[in-house]
Design a protein around this ligand. Sequence first.
Ligand SMILES: [Zn+2]
Length: 287
Amino acid sequence: MSQHRKQARRSGDRVMANGLAGAAREAATPLLASDEPPVVDLQDSGNGPFVFLCEHASNRLPKALGDLGLPAEALTRHIAWDPGAAAMTLGLATRLGSPAILQSYSRLVIDCNREPGLPDAITTLSEDTEIPGNRDLGPAARQQRVDAIWAPFHAAIDDLVATRIAARTPTVIVTLHSFTPVYRGLPRPWHVGIISSGERSFAEAMLSALRRDAALEVGDDEPYSARDHVDYTIRRHGFDRGLPHVMIEVRNDLVQSATDVAAWVDRLAAALVECATATGLPPTQED
Ligand SMILES: [Zn+2]
């Protein structure tokens, strides 16, 4: 297995390049120090037909933000990240010889699967947990998080996808997430959810493929859907470019061990390959 993790982009440079002239003093210090990991974790594991994306891969916080006023226990819970999602993403990328881009910082800093202007992009309340360090952020502090964390992540995806389109490499956009089994006291019955955008052909194919396993409870736009504003990444990088796309949510109690993750990688890889074949090669764009 050869995996090459590249440093794709250093966000600190971007912040400085954008300049924050006139910004409030609160945002004058760079969000990321030079010795912190780059925002974009790019796994270059081949030129296969998928681009795997994982916005909620990590619970890491920039040192400049401390612990956002949260106890350590809170940072291990699903409010900070999607447990198991990074392992599934990396496993699928390796299995299917396709690249992956993972976000290195917690969604509590800024959610990369949201329009950055939405109030919950930098949430002050996640499920029932208040996020003190996100309260009363001024415009400059919000913009700094966009510039340092959100924008370079999506720019890296843009670069990768544009390069593939220019090379006429067939591309299916796949985002990997996990969800908590109980939300606000309500148990969730689904083992896996397929979330779609306005163009559902690849999502429909995935639903059919996964539902052949009668033991699986497969949610269609459950436990979330575009109505919950969770479709940003598949819309921007899939729908808007006319590329096949799907967002996959696996219940996080099912991907706690390496063995469990491997089983889901097997299951999802088989379904993805079947669907990519059945729906034909993605059209090449921008002739
Ligand atoms: Zn997620």
